[in-house]
Design a protein around this ligand. Sequence first.
Ligand code: RM4
Ligand code: MN
Ligand code: MN
Length: 407
Amino acid sequence: MKKAGHSIRLSSSAEDRAIRRLMRFHIEVPSWGFPDTGTRFGKFLQDAAAVDLEDKLSDAGAVHRFTGVTPTVAVHVLWDFPNGFDPAVTRLAARHGVKIGAVNPNVFQDQCYKFGSVTNRDPAIRQRAMDHILDSVKIARQAGSRCLSLWFADGANYPGQEDIRRRKAWATAALRKAHAAMPKDMTMLVEYKPFEPATYFMDFFDWGSSYLYCKAAGPRAKVLVDTGHHLPGCNIEQIVAWLIDEKMLGGFHLNDRKYADDDLMVGSMDPYQAFRIFNEIAAWEWEADKDLDIAYMIDQSHNVESKIQAIIQTVCRVQAIFARALLVDREALAAAQAREDTVASEGIIHEAFSRDVTPLLHAVRGALGAPREPLKAFRESGYEQRVARERRAKRKALGIVASSGYA
Ligand code: RM4
Ligand code: MN
Ligand code: MN
C-alpha cells in the first residue's frame, strides 16, 4: 500500500522535476572536515581521522562514492600543501575519484598576521598576504580549480586600536589585485563573519561589506554566505534573496550552529533555517526556469563525532532540505499571496518542509548509481574500521600524539 502511494507521488511532475534537479545538484566537501580538529581548549584524536592530504582525498572520495553528489573537495592551502603545491595532487585526487574544488588561501595563522593580513598597517605584511593570495591563484590554476575562496581573520579587538576606513581601503586594493590576477574563468568568493577571531570588528563583517568589496574587485567576485557567520536572529534567507537578485551570490559554506560559528552538521539545530534558504533558491529557479549557478560547499569541522559519517549525513540532509524546497507548491503560493491569504501562504511553505522525501531521494540515488541509504551503506562498508587501523599505525610511526590544552 505504502509503496503504491510513493510511486504515485513520484510520478507527479513536481516530484519528477525535483528528482531531475537533484541529479544535477553537487555539494563540495571540505578537506578540513576529515582530519583531527578541536576547540581552543584541546583536540581529541580519532583513529579514523585523516592524517595527511592523501587521507583527506581518500575520505572525500568515499563520501562521493556513497552519496554520488560530491565530486569536488575544497582545499586550504597551508593545511593541505604545507610544503608547497605539488601538481601530482591532481592525479592523487583523480585516483580517489574527486577533483580539487575551491582553493582557500590562509592569511591568518602565521605570526606576522597578529594585527591583520591584507589590512595590516605594515606594507611588508600586506605584501606577504598578497603574495600568498596570488600564489593561491596559481595553485588553483594548476589544480584545475576555478574558484578562489577568501576568508580573512582581519579585524580589531578594541575601539581605537585600528583605523576602520584605512583598513577598508587596503582590503579593497588587495581584492582588486587578486581579481586582476585570476584567469577569466575563475570566480573569487568573498566570505564575511561578524566576529571571531577579532572581537570588536572584522574587516569583512557582513554581506554588505563583502558585496562592496566584490563590486570594487571586479565582475567575477561574488559573496560567499557561510550560514554560521551571522549574529543570532539574522534573517539569512533575506540576505540570500537579495544577493541572488543582485546576481552577487557566489555560493555557500553550509553548516549549522547554536550560538556562534559552531560548524555543526547542517540542519542539526535549525533545519527550518536551512529550508528557508533553499526555499529562496528554489523560488528563483522556478521563476527563472534554470539552475542558479553557485557553489554549494560544506564548511564543518567535527570534533567528537565520526567525521566521514557526519559529512555523509550532512550531504544527505542538504539534499532532503533542497528536495522539500523544490516541492513547495509555487502556483498555490502565488494564488494565496494574491488574495493576501497569509495563513495559507505560511501553511504552504510549512507543509513542504514537513514532506517525506525519502522515496524521492531513493529515486535520485538510484538514478545516480549511489546506495539508497548512503550512511547505512558506508557504516556497513568497513571503510572506517580499515582506515582507523591504517591511520593509527601511521600516527604511531609519525609520533603524533594527542595535543595538550591551548595555554
Ligand atoms: C572561518 C571560515 C572559513 C574557514 C575558516 C577555517 O570561520 O568559515 O571559511 O576557512 O574558518
Ligand atoms: Mn566558512
Ligand atoms: Mn567559519
